[in-house]
Unconditional design. Structure first.
Length: 437
């Protein structure tokens, strides 16, 4: 008991000295986050976790390194709300070189308490699109654009008229600009070569927070990375159209194999798991559900060709329907390029499935032409040896393999003596009708 108390006391003292040393060091902390890829719901969880970590550790600033082609408008609006509510200044940095802050990423950049871009980056093209990937037209389109323009005005109105006009043009006309053009319009605060350069530029820079103006201190700043977690990465991966397509293809195939050959569990379990993951991805992605009908038709044709063989005609039609369905599902006109499935992948998977079902079809046809292996029919044509004389109507014995059978001579056979080779021509109950071979 005394040893436990000493151990606990030692730990407490060590923690106290550690906290005191940290407090005395006075070094500010900068949290570094990285958002690389489409803005999807799992990204929101990452933002919330990173901001919470920064607040708990009393960080001086959060640097968000952003590279995105765009994404979900709803997720973007939630991320902006989380960012603006942060008690730690959040600086959005479009980087590295050749990165973009496209569509939803442009508004997230504007939502930062400060913003910066690497020299060779771009920002803009923030016009909204609908669930099928096409431009939102008519009254609905006007409403969405006006709401987004009102939102960006609240984000950049303090930056001046030129910045407001540029931000609105990004939504109304899908305008995009370089880092230099964005800086000239005062849409961003800095052009920085790297994170270290940005932190130096931020030292002494004032930002407007919810509780008033705050000056950022990055002198002798320490940096700490808050990386995206494995689960967040996995969920983001499921929103990749190529991954969602593969999971859909494998899932439906596994279910159909289980239905056509019940009794196992692995194919059905794998199929159900893949379908569940695919449905999550397709629920987030911009898809045209009309293509799903073609995919169902394709797999029905595959099964029909196995059950009622047509020598591959239905399988060929199924491959064509599968390819068309996948392209309609993911690659409808107007779908953003980053949400499109790879055409070679679709064609390759279609050919693979076609060859797979052709193989199953060949096995089924071969099984139909295979001789019967059991029952009375399997005895016909077999050759054996007479162990006793065999006459018509008189039971004799013949040996087939290792078995002895009662037998009688057929009407057209020559007389059968002991030791003669005989051939089975008929089976009557438990008696064989044989002829001399």
């Amino acid at each position: 008991m005394k040893l436990i108390r000493i151990t606990v006391l030692t730990l407490v003292v060590a923690l106290a000295f550690s906290s005191l040393a940290h407090a005395q060091s006075g070094e500010p902390l900068a949290i570094i986050m990285t958002a690389d890829g489409p803005i999807m719901p799992p990204m929101l969880e990452y933002f919330e976790r990173g901001i919470k970590t920064a607040e708990q550790r009393n960080a001086e600033v959060i640097i968000l390194q952003l590279n995105t082609p765009g994404g979900s408008v709803d997720t973007m609006l939630e991320i902006i709300q989380v960012m603006r509510a942060s008690r730690v200044p959040m600086v959005v940095y479009v980087s590295p070189n050749d990165a973009i802050a496209g569509s939803a990423g442009a508004l997230i950049t504007m939502a930062g308490h400060a913003s910066a871009m690497a020299p060779k980056t771009a920002i803009g093209a923030a016009s909204p699109i609908d669930g099928s990937g096409a431009d939102v037209e008519s009254t609905l389109g006007t409403k969405i654009k006006e709401i987004l323009k009102a939102r960006v005005r609240t984000l950049v109105e303090e930056r001046g008229t030129k910045a407001v006009k540029l931000a609105e043009a990004m939504i109304e006309d899908a305008k995009a600009v370089t880092a230099r053009e964005a800086l000239e319009a005062n849409l961003i605060d800095f052009i920085s070569d790297d994170t270290e350069d940005l932190l130096q530029s931020l030292n002494g820079f004032s930002v407007q927070m919810n509780d008033g103006e705050r000056t950022i201190n990055t002198e002798n700043v320490r940096t700490q990375d808050v990386n995206i977690s494995f689960i967040e990465q996995l969920l983001l991966m499921l929103t990749d159209p190529n991954i969602a397509f593969l999971l859909l293809a494998i899932g439906v195939q596994g279910i159909l194999i289980e239905i056509s050959s019940p009794g196992g569990w692995f194919a059905g379990f794998l199929g159900a798991t893949c379908l569940t993951l695919a449905v999550y991805g397709m629920g987030v992605l911009t898809v045209n559900w009309f293509g799903f009908i073609f995919l169902l038709i394709a797999f029905v044709l595959f099964i029909l060709d196995i059950k009622a063989p047509t020598h591959g005609a239905l399988t060929t039609a199924g491959v064509a329907s599968f390819i068309v369905g996948a392209l309609v599902l993911f690659n409808s006109p107007g779908t953003p390029q980053f949400q499109r499935v790879s055409v070679p992948l679709v064609i390759g998977m279609g050919i693979f499935l076609g060859l797979l079902f052709f193989g199953i079809l060949l096995i089924a046809l071969r099984a139909q032409h295979r001789p019967v292996q059991i029952g009375a029919e399997s005895m016909l044509g077999k050759t054996g040896t007479a162990r006793t004389p065999v006459g018509a109507g008189d039971a004799g014995q013949v040996q087939l393999g290792s078995e002895l059978w009662s037998a009688e001579k057929s009407a057209e056979s020559e007389s059968i003596r002991k030791g003669d080779l005989v051939e089975v021509v008929e089976v009557r109950g438990l008696r064989l009708i044989v002829k001399k071979k």
